[in-house]
Design a protein around this ligand. Structure first.
Ligand SMILES: C[S@@+](CC[C@H](N)C(=O)[O-])C[C@H]1O[C@@H](n2cnc3c(N)ncnc32)[C@H](O)[C@@H]1O
Length: 261
């Protein structure tokens, strides 16, 4: 369908053909996912943290990892980012994102690419969005390491579904072999492994608690600048702690069979 100049009826027909949508985007009066189980999503989420990001992205480049229907890529373009690249491994979502951007007349590059193949981009971005993807990965820490290693230029927006305690204990640099109690403390970094399904979704693999999200980001080399919302962290690429230097990263490129059951 030729989107520019399309009528409301034509847009609605194409939205229905490309569905179901996860992102609810207003396409010139046509909502793409009006019955989303989380309400007007992700607008509701975005409103909670949008103030924590630069209002003007003029001249900046943005990478949106796991872009889905393109909601955040479009928001970055609305803030006048010079270049926005959205990647996802799902063709249906990419088709939705391309259509949404065409209707709203935003120049965004959408590419089919797994987070495990970020090295193929051969480019660093001023702002990287890594939202709602971490817990869908079987190898989430590898993905964070690859982001640090290959695409993060300055800022990272990280969001993960979190479960468990919201307490955060101070993490010691070392523990004696005899230490056991600390592992039962609610504020100790902890990842919950989902062997089968959560919310009827077999692609949910790992849910960190709050302390774990923070620890993972630090360990991957990101300094947390802001935590504007329960699950969202605004980070800056910093120094990776020397005990997890790049030479310790397993240099593997996983194919899609590793992501989904
Ligand atoms: C829950 S949605 C989050 C979408 C969006 N980033 C947001 O925060 O609203 C997860 C997205 O990540 C994509 N995804 C999952 N695993 C991926 C992978 N290995 N590489 C690239 N994208 C992936 C899915 O296709 C889906 O579009």
């Amino acid at each position: 369908m030729n989107a520019p100049g399309a009528s409301r009826e034509e847009i609605a027909r194409e939205v229905a053909r490309l569905g179901p949508w996860f992102h609810n985007i207003d396409l010139l009066g046509v909502p793409t996912a009006p019955s989303h189980f989380l309400g007007d999503y992700p607008s509701l989420k975005w409103r909670n943290f949008e103030r924590a990001l630069p209002a003007d992205l003029t001249g900046k480049s943005v990478l949106d990892i796991g872009c889905n229907g393109g909601f955040y890529s479009i928001e970055m373009k609305k803030r006048r980012a010079k270049r926005v690249v959205g990647i996802d491994h799902d063709d249906q979502y990419l088709d939705q994102a391309r259509f949404a951007a065409r209707v709203l007349d935003f120049d965004i590059e959408f590419r089919k690419l797994s987070v495990y193949k970020l090295a193929d981009l051969r480019e660093r971005f001023d702002l990287v969005l890594f939202m709602g993807v971490f817990y869908h990965l079987r190898h989430p820490l590898l993905a964070l390491d690859l982001i640090y290693e290959h695409v993060a230029g300055d800022l990272l927006v990280f969001q993960s579904l979190q479960r468990g305690s919201a307490e955060v204990d101070r993490v010691e640099q070392d523990y004696p072999f005899t230490e056991r109690d600390v592992f039962d403390q609610p504020g100790f970094p902890r990842m919950h492994f989902i062997e089968d399904r959560y919310s009827n979704d077999p692609t949910n693999w790992w849910f960190p608690n709050l302390a774990c999200s923070e620890a993972l980001l630090r360990s991957a080399g990101f300094r947390i600048l802001d935590h504007p919302e329960d699950e969202v962290f605004i980070c800056k690429r910093g120094q990776r702690p020397d005990w997890c230097g790049a030479d310790k990263i397993v240099d593997v490129q996983l194919d899609r069979s590793g992501d989904h059951r």
